[in-house]
Ligand binder design. Structure first.
Ligand SMILES: [Zn+2]
Ligand SMILES: [Zn+2]
Length: 266
């Protein structure tokens, strides 16, 4: 009896310890891959230096700067993106990745930076924004995103949970799988006070399908300025609730992210 109790106690300790390891792995987020500086033209006057400083304080190894591409009113011009290749590669000990948040302009998936500029960037994400793409039917909105995924420079679709656009979630996830495109879990979409609407049910549907189909998810704070850089509190809570596997969260694995960018461009 004494022996059985001891084994039982040992098992409980083992399970708790194992769960903690899994939990810690899930929390081991090294990268924020969706952030904006003053160059995006709205919501902040912070420069990439202050974003990098915040990333360092949050313990991130990588920071992705994704300012809005030129078709967004007030954002940076083509020349800004062309010259990012000369910007600091490391700031405050954080490795800098210079990208762009492209605007999907039509149902053919047209984006708003030319190939030679995209070649000079570390990566690009793309999504629908009301200034550049007026909401259309569910079929057309989805078509715009699936066609954008066909572009080798588009590694992720940002905020596919934006309630402004009706989306066929199943088509989106299956096309992401077919084209090796990641889908973003945006911190803004999960924040009740976020500047976009709040549609958790769509995110749950998307994440469960990603888990089933093995589609990579990218966490992005979409922080305009330093304030919310590396803040994934709500995203991680949701992922944990869904027992979402950490190996499908690209932010936990910088080699996987860099490899994915390379393979998509081929
Ligand atoms: Zn956006
Ligand atoms: Zn953004």
């Amino acid at each position: 009896m004494w022996f059985h109790t001891k084994i039982f106690k040992f098992l409980v300790i083992f399970v708790v310890f194992y769960q903690k390891i899994v939990y810690n792995q899930l929390m081991n987020i090294k990268m924020d891959l969706h952030t904006h500086t003053i160059a995006s033209g709205h919501h902040t006057s912070d420069t990439l230096t202050s974003l990098a400083e915040k990333a360092s304080k949050k313990g991130l190894s990588y920071l992705g700067i994704t300012d809005h591409a030129p078709k967004m009113q007030g954002s940076a011009n083509v020349s800004y993106f062309r010259n990012l290749r000369y910007a600091d590669k490391v700031l405050f000990g954080v490795k800098m990745l210079y990208g762009a948040e492209l605007n999907v302009l039509d149902t053919s998936g047209t984006i708003d930076l030319p190939k030679d500029v995209l070649d000079g960037l570390d990566y690009a994400i793309a999504g629908l924004h009301k200034q550049c793409f007026k909401p259309k039917t569910k079929y057309e909105n989805t078509l715009a995103l699936t066609n954008a995924m066909e572009n080798g420079y588009v590694v992720a679709i940002c905020h596919p949970d934006d309630p402004l656009y009706e989306i066929d979630v199943k088509s989106l996830v299956l096309h992401a799988k077919k084209t090796d495109t990641m889908l973003e879990l945006s911190s803004v979409g999960l924040s009740p006070n976020g500047y976009r609407g709040h549609d958790v049910s769509r995110l749950v549907e998307m994440l469960l399908l990603c888990k089933k189909e093995g589609v990579l998810v990218m966490l992005g704070s979409d922080s305009h300025g330093a304030k919310n850089v590396g803040d994934f509190t709500n995203s991680l809570k949701l992922l944990e609730t869904l027992s979402f596997p950490s190996e499908l969260i690209v932010n936990c694995n910088e080699e996987l992210f860099i490899e994915r960018v390379k393979t998509k461009r081929k």
